[in-house]
Design a protein around this ligand. Sequence first.
Ligand code: SAH
Length: 262
Amino acid sequence: MNEGLEVMASYTWTPENPEFNHIKQKLLEYYVTMNYANSQFSINAFERVARSLFVPNGQRSHTYNDNPLPIGHGQTISAPHMAFMECDALDILPGDKVLEIGSGSGYHASIAAEMCAPSNVKPQNWEPLTRYYDDSVYEAYREKWGQVVTVERLEPLVKYARKNIEKAGYADRITVIHGDGTMGLEAHAPYDKILVTAAGPEVPEMLKRQLRVNGRLIIPVGSKNFYQELLLVKREAEDRWTQHNIGGVVFVPLIGKYGFSD
Ligand code: SAH
């Protein structure tokens, strides 16, 4: 356990460098104005997860510029608002089992982990940025942790994501797996929520089938490297799904059997 942390559970969590507090607060206010922020858990997660740990060395000062940043291998860490919006729209709740396709830096997965398995460890003298942090609420979820499984096709990024997730203190809630996520991950199905962070030509059928009834899936669908629509899919019943278009986005391509070809 780190020096200066109140011991509340047997795991660690690395808080964000306070030098970013002001800009984080401003971004959160903007997300609320834009109606991106509907969940107390997404707000808490954005506040807590130290994005600066997921950004490559030399780019730290750009951590909260609200745009994607290169992480090597032609890939990017999504813009902060995109990670926030996707997890907020999924309405990830404590206890959920979440599948992510496209681990990249591991940031998105850590936001999802903080939502489905909220940290109950609080550094002394840490002032939360928003009114959403409430010890008593989060204390109640300690027994009810969910988990995140995230799939990445590029091996160097599997290692990069694992390393960042470890540093940020989420290795106890996230499993990073090397593979083609367009087929989902049958071994751990069904999932309450599926988060796709790369754009495909269509919604992969296998992902829809691996959702629990009442589960949600979010995925950008459209053309390769150009314009896509962010779709929120809900499994309403065993054989019924509904789909809602959240808006236009630009993501790196989802490459694989049920995605684009390389
Ligand atoms: N969630 C990431 C965003 C990464 S960008 C973050 O927070 O940083 C999208 C990622 O999807 C890239 O790392 C890319 O390699 C990966 N990807 C593309 N197609 C994939 C597939 N079929 N299966 C798994 N990962 C894939």
